[in-house]
Structure formats: C-alpha cells, structure tokens
Design a binder for this molecule. Structure first.
Ligand code: SF4
Length: 477
C-alpha cells in the first residue's frame, strides 16, 4: 500500500490496529445502516453545493485522474468553486467537499451531516487543509458546514446549513503528519496487526469481538475510567475474575455473579417490580423514520417521525394476547393518523408496556405537534411501564453479553423466539426498507412485500415483550 485516504488516516490515528483490520479484513457487505449513512451524507453534500453557482464538481473516481482535473480547475480563474477537489501529498489522499476561490487563495468548507461539531470533524478539516497547502495551494479560511436544527420545511435552503469558522483550530504540522502517515503505512506492511493497549475507546469499535476475549471487563455496563484502571491494576481481565471485595454497582455485581455461576441472577425486588402493572396490558412498539432533510411540516432535521406501531393486548393475567397494528404506507405525513389510531387502540386504562425510553419520546413529540391530542397522549405517558428498566435494575442472564437490548435479552430468556426467521430483523434495516417503500420509483409489488415484512418485524418486537414479561413472571413464581 503506498497511500492512505483521509478516512483511513483518521482511523489509524484513533487505533492503528483498527486501521490494519479494516484494510486487511474489510467487511464483506455494506450493511443497511452504513448504506443509509452514505446516502444521507451524499444528499446533504449535494444540497450544500447549491449556494455556490458556477461551482464545478470533480467527477473522476480514480484519484490520480481526479487530482489532474482539480489542478486544471484551480488554475482556471473562471472557476469560482470546486466540489470534491482531489489532492495527494506525502502518501495521503483527500477530497475537499467545497473550495471557494478567494483572490489568490481558497476557502475550504467541509460539509457534515451532523448538527454539532465533534473533534473528528475538526481533524478532518485540518487534514484536508494540510494536504491542500502542502500541494502548493494557499487556504485562507476553513469552515465546517453543519445542519441547523432550527430549519423547517419551506425555509430557504441556506437556512438548512450553519457554517462554523474553524480556521484557527485546524492547523497541523505537515512534517509530523507525513511521519504519522509513513508509520501507519509501515504498520500495514507487517504480517500481523500491531499490538496496542485496549481501553474504554474499544467499546465503540467494530473490531471489539476480534480484539477482546469473551467476558472482558469492558463489557461491564456503565464501567467508568477509574474502575477500569483499578481492575487493570489488579490484573483482572475477565468479569468472572472480579474479586468479591471489589466495589461494583448492583447491575455490575449481578452480571459478575451470573457469569461466575452460569445462572441467571434476579434480585428480590424483581417480583414486586413485575407486579407494578395494571391490566389490561398493552405491549407497544414504535418504528420511526429520521431524515436530515425534513419531509413534513414543523419537523426538524433528524427528528424521529413515527410511522408504525404494533400492540399486543393481554386483557387479564395468563390470557392470550390480541394484536393491533398500524403502518403508514405512503410518503404523506403519518403523524396525525397514527396518533389518533394509537389513542383508539390503547383505550384509557391499563399499563402500556414498552422497552426503553424511545416510546415516551415519540409520545411527547406527538403531544407537542398536536396540542388538541396532548391531554390524551400525556395520559398515555403516565401509563408507561418500561420493561427494559425493570430487567436492568433487577435481573441479569449470563447470555446477555453486557447488553439489555431486546435483541439480546429475548433469545437468552425465551430461546424459542427470535428474529432470525424474519426478512427484516433489526431497526436500521427496517428504516432503510421503509424509505424504499415510500420512494416514488418502488413498484407496487415491492411496496407490498416491504409492508408485509415491516409488519412482521414490528409485531415480533411487541410479542417479544409479552413473552419476556411472561417468562420473568414464571421465573419469580
Ligand atoms: S477493539 Fe480496541 S484495540 Fe481493537 S481495533 Fe478497536 S480500538 Fe483498536
């Protein structure tokens, strides 16, 4: 390998081992979540160019050719702005989102489909600037173009973006950067991945399972840096090795004991917590859609718009569950129809069992959008019962793997029910499928197929809660 691109360099800076694993063992497929992020980023990038009439896009995909075209445009004073300009220096390749001509120099604007600036965004701008200036082109100012959450449908496109001047914060030493690139390229030539210290940062890394042994202390929920360091000082690597005297939270202690004994651990408060419900029980699950560019009036960029729900109703203890559902199948605004049908389906008494705070957020959002429905929606919020919080606070199964998500807890507690038999088996795939279903070019047959799969997926989520709740009740007798 003779060069790195910007994303690879940023990964290598975060962890050279992660870069090595990315390059040597790239994922076989781009999953639905990744594809959605790519598509969203591309669309935001395209909108960001609208404010620069006369700007020219560098369309070449092969980097060396793109560099030549960029040079040609930069040398032409008639070109006011360049999109996706390509540069290479010292083994590092970058593409600049927007370059605007300013006299003898250039304004660099990097576009991010995010609402707030993060450290990695600044590093991204700094690297791009460093490679452009090292290639001999002066950069006179740098900005991060982010999404303004105050934007609403109908406003001019300029209101969608907000620029942050980051000229001062994005200066890099070119010699130092070149040295780092060389070191990373050397590491990539080795026959095995570099050994690096593990730490709390590993929890967000896609290679976690490859680098860390099963039951590693980093899978302890809510592990803070100080505790992690104390455990490292004691040379404790696995959760089941944590000594009895070591101070842990109740959740962490249950996890350690479950892994040591191989048995589920329930505290005495579980039975009481499971009893804090009033029948009929309504097991409710929402699905929602989020887009950078809002699709409906009064909604902000990336606001959660509910599009679907599934409810299993259990009228009395032990009785069979009845099913109710809603799916908005076209691109029109789903919110009011969904809210009215939901209120009808949930009646005015009985606990509404959910799994996380997500449903509460959706109900609160609906109450703000529809003040006439707010009292009834607030009444629903009062009736919410979070089964995930009950499990987290009172129960741990050795197969939870440090997570309380329903995808993890269901197969551990109810082994005969899972998601593997469904064409859609996770939230991101459901989101991508929903967007395909409402897209204008999707055929009627495909729309029907997606609608069926989405209904099956959401139904499984609410059924999962019923079966989890029943299994826990049986467990505590
Ligand atoms: S899990 Fe940790 S050590 Fe392994 S690649 Fe990721 S960040 Fe690096």
């Amino acid at each position: 390998m003779t060069h790195l691109n910007k994303a690879q360099y940023l990964t290598g800076q975060f962890c050279p081992r992660a870069l090595y694993l990315d390059v040597r063992q790239p994922p076989e497929d781009v999953d639905a979540a990744m594809q959605l992020r790519f598509d969203e980023g591309r669309q935001v990038g395209e909108r960001a160019r609208a404010g620069f009439p006369g700007g020219i896009l560098v369309t070449e995909v092969v980097h060396a050719e793109a560099v030549k075209t960029t040079r040609k445009f930069m040398a032409d004073p008639g070109v006011p702005a360049i999109f996706e300009g390509a540069f290479e220096h010292g083994g590092l390749r970058v593409r600049a989102d927007i370059l605007v001509r300013r006299g003898e120099g250039w304004n660099l604007i990097e576009v991010k489909s995010a609402a707030s600036a993060r450290e990695k965004h600044l590093e991204d701008v700094a690297l791009t600037r460093c490679v452009i200036t090292s290639s001999g082109w002066p950069v006179v100012s740098c900005a991060l173009r982010l999404i303004d959450r105050g934007f609403r449908l109908g406003m001019p496109i300029e209101a969608f973006f907000v620029d942050h001047d980051v000229t001062q914060e994005t200066v890099l030493d070119p010699g130092e950067t070149e040295g780092r690139v060389r070191a990373l390229l050397d590491a990539l030539e080795q026959s095995s991945p570099p050994r690096v210290p593990t730490g709390l940062h590993c929890r967000n890394c896609g290679h976690y399972d490859k680098c860390l042994p099963d039951r590693h202390i980093l899978s302890l929920p809510n592990l803070r840096e100080k505790k992690f360091e104390e455990l490292c000082a004691l040379k404790v690597e696995r959760i089941d090795q944590i000594p009895d005297r070591f101070s842990l939270t109740a959740v962490q202690r249950r996890m350690r004991d479950a892994l040591r004994t191989g048995m589920p651990q329930a505290d005495p408060g579980l039975a009481d917590a499971l009893n804090q419900v009033a029948y009929p029980l309504f097991f409710l699950d929402f699905e929602s859609m989020q887009t950078a560019w809002p699709l409906h009036r009064d909604t902000a960029p990336y606001e959660q718009i509910p599009t679907q729900y599934s409810i299993h109703v259990v009228p009395t203890p032990g009785s069979p569950a009845a099913h109710r559902e809603f799916l908005h199948e076209d691109p029109t605004d789903p919110r009011q129809t969904l809210a009215e049908k939901l209120l009808e389906d949930l009646g005015d008494q009985g606990s509404v069992v959910v799994y996380s705070v997500f449903e509460k957020r959706i109900l609160s959002g609906l109450a703000v959008w529809f003040p006439d429905l707010a009292p009834a929606l607030e009444n629903l919020i009062e009736r919410l019962y979070d089964l995930c919080a009950v499990i987290r606070n009172h129960f741990y199964h050795p197969d939870f793997g440090g997570s309380f998500s329903i995808k993890q807890s269901l197969p551990a507690v109810v082994p005969d029910l899972g998601y593997d038999d469904l064409p859609i088996s996770d939230g991101m795939t459901a989101l991508a499928a929903y967007r395909e279903m409402i897209a204008p070019g999707t055929s009627a047959g495909r729309k029907q197929e997606i609608a069926r799969d989405l209904r099956a997926y959401c139904e499984r989520d609410s059924l999962a809660m019923v079966r989890l709740y029943e299994a826990l009740c049986r467990m505590v007798g």
